[in-house]
Design a protein around this ligand. Sequence first.
Ligand SMILES: [Zn+2]
Length: 465
Amino acid sequence: MILRGSVYGAPDASGIAVRAGAIAALDGDGGERLPDGAVILPGFTDAHVHLLTWASSLRELALGGASLDRVLEQVREAAGNGFVRGFGWAVEDDGALTRSALDAVSGDTPVALLAHDYHSLWVNSAALALADAPLDVEGGVVERDASGEPTGMLREASAWAFRDRYVLPSRAEQLDALREALPVLSSRGVTALHDKDGWIDCIGVVRELRASDGELPLRIWHSTPADRMDVEGAGYVKAFMDGTLGSRTARMIGGGGVEVTSREAFASIIREAAARGLPVAVHAIGDQAARDALDAFEETREAWAGLRPRIEHAQCVHPDDVPRFAALGVTASIQPAMAITDQPVAERLWGDRIERSYAYATLHRAGVRLAGGSDAPVEALDPLDGIRAAVLREWRPQERLTLEEALRAWTEVPAWLEGREATHGRLAPGYAADLVILDRDPAADLEGAQVIGTVHDGDWTYRAY
Ligand SMILES: [Zn+2]
């Protein structure tokens, strides 16, 4: 394959020549001409995706932005056809979200609706009736009314335990959903992703899909939960320090939030992972959670030397802790689209801590490596969407990244985290031919740029021209 046209960041190149799945030269001589104005970039890597959850979510009720009335209407329309699963509600005062509100529109059909941030689950009475184990679990909250009956709102570990046991789609459904979802990834220019669904055996489902359908149109780097490190095929370990902003479970300096893993427990997770040669990615939203995670990385740095750890989200970081990321070599894995969605809630709940929140340029200037992702299905699985959010954000514009920096977060840095920086994430001879073709130069018109072609390992996986 030889493509003739502009190559992003290489003004002298006339195109790209591909041989045996790799870039042979930045030379388009004798090749097929790209449409006028089109530009070739390295394929995008989304560094934070819940792959199976996202794929399944494409078949569920999407409640994002809907009012309470609209949510109930959607449930009424869907009820009667088996389990109603939905996600994305973001009603700020969720006291009115009760099982009886759902019962009135769903009858005997079980209903389970996850919040936008995935940390609260709203269920009806038919769903609660499926429970054959206690709703109360460690690290969870079961909202109860004055008479002690569950209201239908489950939070944190209680939400997840309920979902895992009673709500999740079957393996066959997951496999079908993933098969259907792969072309969507290619249409968005995604040639690789870092998955976070190790806890529902994404590795096994992907393996099964490969066995039946052959090679996939992208590379998937898998995680495994801290309590299941011996899973074959895992590239890194995923752990959690705290909850989220929206569920008020982010752990803040001075108190507040939920401690999912203590600093000491996290330090032993890091040591155990390092002994297996696995780097650790840890979820930390609040400033105390980030501090605890950094403390644990610092205390164990000899054990993990040579591995490449990361903190997921890093949404609120105390100024004293910002330089510690760079000093320790801990990457901040950020989801800039959240800096737009979260704004109203963050301003209300975090007050003047907003100065240290979603502070991507501050992190970048301090020398911190940034990896870019979506946290799909929390935000859209669409790298251009995340890059636009990082570069064009209007909220606290002093925290904007340049296009160059944002592109690196979706290409080079994720490849580096995987230890593939010598073969992936750049357009250079010898690198894998993972390419995305945009219809125009993003440096001139980022807002309008669209993906018109995607190549993975030298093969077209999407082409719309
Ligand atoms: Zn996530």
